[in-house]
Every structure is written in structure tokens, then in C-alpha cells.
Design a protein. Sequence first.
Lengths: 491, 550
Amino acid sequence: MAEEKRILYEHLDVPDINTFDVFRQYDGYTRFEKAIAEYQPEDIAKMVMDSGLKGRGGAGFSTGLKWSFVPKDIKPCYLCCNADESEPGTFSNRYVLEKNPHLLIEGILICCYAMGIETTYVYIRGEFTLGKKMLDAAIKEAYEKGYLGKDVRGTGLNIDIYTHPGAGAYICGEETGLIESLEGKRGQPRNKPPFPAVEGVFGKPTVVQNVETLCNLPFIVGNGVEWYTQMGPTYADTRSDPPTPDPNTGTKLYCISGDVNEPGVYELELGLTSTELIEVAGGLRGEEVKAVIPGGSSAPILTHYELDTRLDFTSLTLAKSMLGSGGIIVMNETRNIVDCLLNIMKFYAHESCGQCTPCRWGTPWVRDIVQRIADGNGRKSTITRPKFGVAENGRWGDTGETEEIYEDLDLLESVANNIANVDTMTWNTICVFGIAVSWPAVSYMRKFRPEFEAAIREGKLVTLSVAEATVPPEENYAYQQRFVPKEFADL
Amino acid sequence: MAFIKLNDLEVEVEDGTNIVEAARQHGIEVPHYCYHPGLSRPANCRMCLVEPYVFFPPAGAIVPDRQLATGCTTTVRTAPPDRKLDGKYDFIVQTDSPRVKKAREDILEFLLVHHPLDCPVCDQAGECDLQDFSHRHGHDKSRYLEVKNVPPKKDLGPDVLLYSTRCIVCTRCIRFCEEVSGSGELGLINRGSHDEIDIPRSHDGTPIQVLDNKLAGNVVDICPVGALISKDFLFKSRPWFLEKADSVCTGCSVGCNITVEYKPDGVYRLKPRFHGDINQYWMCDDGRLGYHYVNSDDRLQLPLKRVDDELTPTHWADALTVITENLSEVAAEDIVVIGSAQGTNEDNYVLQQFAHDVLQTTQLGLFGQLPGEAHKFPQFTIEADKNPNTAGARTILGSANGDHVVLEGDALWEKVSGAKVVYLVSGAPERPLEAAEKAALESVDFLIVQDILPSEVTELADVVLPGTTFAEKDGTFTNSTGWVQRIRKAIDPPGEARADWEITQQLAKQLGGEINYHFAGEIALAIAENVPGYGDATHQKIGDAGIKLT
């Protein structure tokens, strides 16, 4: 059985770790001191690049690469710490904020040193009142001890941290929406390019990093790149010749919720499968796994056929899903997928910022269609049409059979794809909220189509058995993997 | 200049042009709502999606970009020689590929899901972008079965109504109030599909601030749908019944380019017309709503003469005879001729010629509206001088046929109070008289007033001659910055009113003078010949864009 590998959370349960003195006893701030004593800023940036650290906020973009996009000659440059953790099913950052805020401050200090940043804004979700209180107290302490403020520890660095509470909008977790909100405007994402690395807070270059990403920095600096890269798989990107390494290094704070016996945050190496994760979380509650949401509610769902998919950035991307923020929601056989989708769509329809057309009016539309199906008012045509699927010759095409037409399912798929097309991965919206809506809508519907059809046919929600409810992979292109990732070491 | 491939066309456009403008320059329509050339570009309507092409190294070929790009924010630049696409193009873009067409259809479908489809009762129908683009690019039927949002109708200010149901939240109006007028009255309330445009309100819904800035009317023009509606024009006419004439606003000396929209029975509305150096895309509400005097029932339609201390309607021949009789025995130095800053250059030129050649007086004055308030906005200016042609009238009265001093203000009224006959061309609607002016005019033995409406000036007159407004005549105005621009006749003058220069010319003929013009353009030729600086100011050369005096 897989073991927890606690690095970020190692000292989380130590009493009073939120105070400077206790934190100091557990190597607190020594990594930062090591960084300024032993390394030049460029060395830190190179270490982060070499470590293969990927942003933990959701997109999984390489942190080192992101830092390299920041122009070196434009000052001031800002660091924006994204602590607006609002993806349903995700709750790892709040523990760091509430229990070990000094770790975040140390991460911020290392990032500021590496990038020559003097001002950091921590944008905290408005509901995290305790987290903000603890972080504010820790920042105050760090100022008193001389780790923040003018001339940090006599090094000549000036580093300030300001905390800013959000006002309760999901979209303010999107980096440009966050920046707009931070600047005091309506929380609506910006058009990209320019990316925040070039033009961010107050029009200056800005590094936007998730709490978890920043918390990784002290350990990369403290223990070295080699130690860090040993954790997690490194895949080979065979699209280029010779293959380039695609690292999924480090640990991830998996937030496991749903039908498991011991839900909670588990820090594990990247690259474990859903089955292993469920074991770690005390095993499944119920008879069998019906579905697993791998990365927060916006990620496409995984069926019981896909439980051996490794939960890391690359594997999930290739499985047409995403690791996202690591919010894993497990569902057992009692869950109705139509009901789940309705719940998620209600959330997204409510949280759409309303800036651009497809999302503003598409998301409530999708919600209304799902609502209608769940209410038993879904439409089904009286005529049939040729069924497409894997034909006799083994290729995609007309199977020679006929299928019934469920108009509302076609409409749901079409409307969701018009917001953001999940097959081509293109979106007509300004930000990726669009794809966060259509991804669950389309994947739930394609993978659990029998349950949707039953709801329309019976005129009420019907929970089918796992085997009946799930479309097998060979019958559905929603599963199609682009290729199976190979570990770099195996090549 | 960048060399781009636009669909099948190979065209050159200037660096920094966006795709919407580049396509427009070459006759291709890229539909858009939120983009307005005079405002910032949030790219929120997503209607102007186009398909740019990029070089994709793995395939070694130029392929459509993975994502469609918004045409309003995608600008064209000259690429360095090694980055040219296909060896020669700086940019390749498709505005009518199947992907683009599909995206447009989808966006239009979303725009229409909550739209009430009340075109039959909507003021905007006929000039509505939503209507036009739906017709050209949209679906033929709706797939929307759910309940539509019905946000309330709102009264935003003195002249603007908001039909929220029709709003597509393009935020043009908000950006206008932020960027051009700088007053920021408008904002978005609520979130997501419940987004509404609104003014600041207290909790019980009473407005804290209303949309009453001097440029508020422009939000109605730039609204691409029928959401923002002018109360002044509401339910007056279908836009397709309106004829249009290019003209210049007479509200102040800025000289905003406008379109007079009219039917035979009167002027229905004024709309701003683009001029890059004068008014951009905008005009102020004083000008926009200040046309009502043209349609007034009180307009002077017949000449009036004073009989037993009362102004009585008469006919032209009689009025001219009365004037001739009174003028015949008066010495030239007892006559003052006063031109109007509301009149065209042509009116003033004929008047000047009449004074110089026929009356042989050198006592010329200039009359017009009293100065008002000047307003300065971030991107717009309203001048204090409320006459459209002060500069032109002053030059033409003064410098044609030798240098004269054109009297204005106190000097003029001093001269008037000593005069026996005064010929005053007014044309300024609702012009109040100040005490000194009134006293001076009362002391005149015989006062001829040429005006468009009964006013304090006409009350003092012995003979009143009915003139015309800007909407009823051709001519040119010179604005405060030296732009000479044309106004064009839209409607016929009421009753027997005539163009001012025609009246002056008739009077000159009556007195034996030889002024003989047939139309305003002919006078402009004479101006070009005789007035220093106006050498190019013929109607042909002025055209639509105007010319700037050097």
C-alpha cells in the first residue's frame, strides 16, 4: 500500500508551529538563509527550473518556465500568491494558511529573492478568516524578527507582504481575475496575451503562484534538486525527437473527499493511481467505485475503467482529464451522475463572471438543461437515427445499428461544446472558465450516458448499477487517450 | 505597412491596425459588438473571432492557429524578414472559414437566448447590429426552451432609457462614460447571466447619480442593440423612413460633424458623424437635442411689418417696399448692417457685399448667441462660443472687399444707438436681449430684423424677414479651429421663409444693386476668390471632410 510522504505537511500537526519560535525549531527559515548565503538569485531560478516543479494551482504549468518569462529589466515586479482556493473539492491550502503560515512566508521569501521582488500580495479567499488571521499574525512576527521589511536579516533585501481578502468569487482564483480584483476592480479575467508575467498587477510584471507551489520552494532549496526529482515520475515527451523529459516531480496535496472512509488532505508522491489513493484514504465507503473526479469539480470525470490512471499532470492530461488542484472526489454506486452534474452546473452558472458572451449565457443554459433532465422533463425524440461508433472494420463510423435520439443530451453536448470545445480543446471565452464548465458537462454525459438516458426515459432520476451506468471505453471516444505516457527512465 | 493575406486577398495595411479595421478597409465585414474604434477593447462579445494562421514547426507548415482570435484585439505588425509567413506575408488571417462561421453562429445563439425578440416595438429595429448580424450570420431558429431573464426597464437619466432585456452587456456605454466623458455614471450590477447596466442607486432603488452628463446621448448611438434608447426619439419614427443629410452642428463653435435625419415634415434627430480632427465619433447633448426649434410651430413663415405698433403678416413685395422707402433717404453713415455668427459664410458674404456695394456703409457688426459654458472632457470639448460660424462670419464680414472693422459687443451697441437704420440678421433661436442691447435697438428709427423665430429682437423690429435654419439651407461654417465644413439642405423652409442670402440679395436688387447668385456654391466660389485664406473653400474642395484654413 502506498504511503503518505509528508514534506509540506510534515510539521503541520506540531503544536504552535504557527509561531515563529516553534517553526524555527523545525528548520524554519534556514532554507531561506541557505538560499541567500549560498546561492545567487539566478541559481535559485535554475534550481526551480531543474526541479521540474509544476504549478499546483490547476494548470500545471512549469514554475521555472513561468519565471523565465518575467522581463528582468522592468521594475517593480510583483509576486502574487494565489490563496483563493475555491475549486469545489479542494481544501489543502487552507491548512497551510491556518496551521503553518510561516512555511508560506519562507516560500515567498525565496521566490522574492530569486526574482528580485520587493512586494508580495497574498490574495486570500474571503471565507478563510482564520487562515488570514494566522497568516497576518505570522507576517507580523516575521517583521518583528527581521525576516520581512527593510533590509531583511542584514542582506539589503526589502521584502513586504500584504494580505488581501477576496470577496467570494470563484473566478478571482483565475490569475488575471485575481489581479483585477486585487487592483480593486470587478473580478473579471483579462484577455491574454499579455500574460501576467509581462503585464500583471498595476501593469507591471507579476509572478502569480499558488500557495502549494511556493511552499515547495524551501524544500527544493533546502534538500537540493536531486532529492526533489527523485519523487514522482518523469515521463518522456515523445512528440519531439529525441524525447524530452516531462517531469511530474515532487509531492502533491491530494484532497480526498466523497465516499471514502477517511476523507482529508493526504500528501503523496505524484504518480499514484486512484485505487491507491482510495486505499490511503481509508478505503471506499460502499460497494464499488462508480466514478472519481481527479482534479476539482471542473475536471472531466474518470470511470471505474480508468482507476489505474496515474494521478499526475501528464497522465491525466493524456487521459483527457486534468490533475487541476488535486481535489479528488470519489463516488460510490449510490451516487447519481445526473444529480452530481446538476450540482456542479449550479455552481458554475452561479459563479460565471458574466464578462464574455458564451460563458455568461451558456453556463446557465447548460444548468437549465441538466435541471430539466433531472426534473424528468428531458426530451426524447420518437424517431431513431443511425448509430455511430466502432464499425465492423474497426474504425469509427456507421455501425449499421440505429439509436434513439435524446434531443436534450444532444443539445447539452452542443451547447457545452459551443462554450468551449472539449474535443479540440479550444474555447470561445476569455478565460478557461468556459472549459471548466463544458469539461464536466460533456464528460459526465458521454461516460455515464445510460444514466442520463434513463432519467429522460423514466421521467425521474434513476440510479443504475455501476456496470449499467458506465459506457465501456471501447464504445466511446470520450476515453480515447492520445498516447500512454512512458517513464523517461525506461527509454 | 504590413503585407497580409486576408481571406483570398493580398492587401497592405498600416502597422497597428486590428483585423476588424483591416477587413473593413477592404470591404469585408467582421461582425462585432463590444469593439468601437473610439473606445478600449475588452473583447468580451467574442463576436469578431477570426482564424489567424501560424507556422507550426513539427508539421513544417502554416496552419490555422489552435484557438480563434478576437479580431478587435489582434493587431497586424510588420514581421522581421526571417519571420515572414510563406516568405512574404506578415500575417495570414481567415474571416470566413467554416470554423469562424460556426463560432459566430454559436455566439449569436448565446446572445439571443435571453433576448426578448421584440423587434416590432423596438426603436433600434432597422439599425440594430443584433438584427443585422443574426440575419447574416446567425441560426434560423432558437434551441432555447428555458425561462428567459426579464430584468427591469430603467430610467437612467434625462434623455436615456435602458431596456435591460435587450442588453447584450457589451459594456460600450460603461467604457464611454469612463473614457470619453470621464464621468463614470454607468456600471455593471449583479453577476453572470444577471449582469445589468445601471447607475448608482441606494438600497431602495432611488438613483444616487443619474446619467446626465453633457455627452450622455452618445451611449444611445454606440449601443449596438436597442437597449439604450433616447427618450427624445422614442417611438417617433422607424429609422428606415428617415432621410439623411450630412451637416454640421450649430450648438457651438466646435463644429461637430453630424447627420441630420429628417422626413419631409421636419428634423427627427441629429447623429454625430466621424471626423478625426474635430469630434471623433461624438457630439454633445446640447447640440443633439437642440434642433427642436427647427420644427417649431412658431417659426416665422411670412414677413412682418409694424402697423399701429403691432407686427402684422404681409407679403414679400410689401415688406421689401417698406424697407426701400425707409432706406432711401438715409445717409450711409447712419446705417448699421449686422451679420450673424449663426449664418453661413455665404449668408455673410452676400450681406457684406450688400453693405459694401449697395448701402456703401462700412459700419458692420456681428450678432449671435450669448456665450455659454465651456466644458472639457477627457476626449471631448464643448466651446463657450455658442455660434457655429463666429470665425467665418468675422473674417468674411471684415476682410472681403477691403479691411473693415467688424464691431462686436459694446462697440457695436454704441454704434447702433446712434444709427437711424439697422439691418440685423439674427438666426439665433431664443436669444435673450441684455438691457444695453435692448436700449440700443429701441433707439433705432427703423429696425430690420431677419430671424427664424419670434424673439425679443423681433419684438423691437419694424420689419421682420423670415430666414432659415441650418437644416433648410446649403452653405459652409468655419469652426473655432479653422475647419471650413459644409452644411446641406435637409428640409424645405416653412411657409415663405427663404435662405438668408436670398433675402439680402432680393433686398439689394430692390435697391438697385447687382448681386446675382443662384445657389450657395456660387457664392462659395466668390468667397474663394475674394476672401484671403479661403482660396480652397469651394464646395467642391470642401466635400465631406472639410478643409482646414492655413
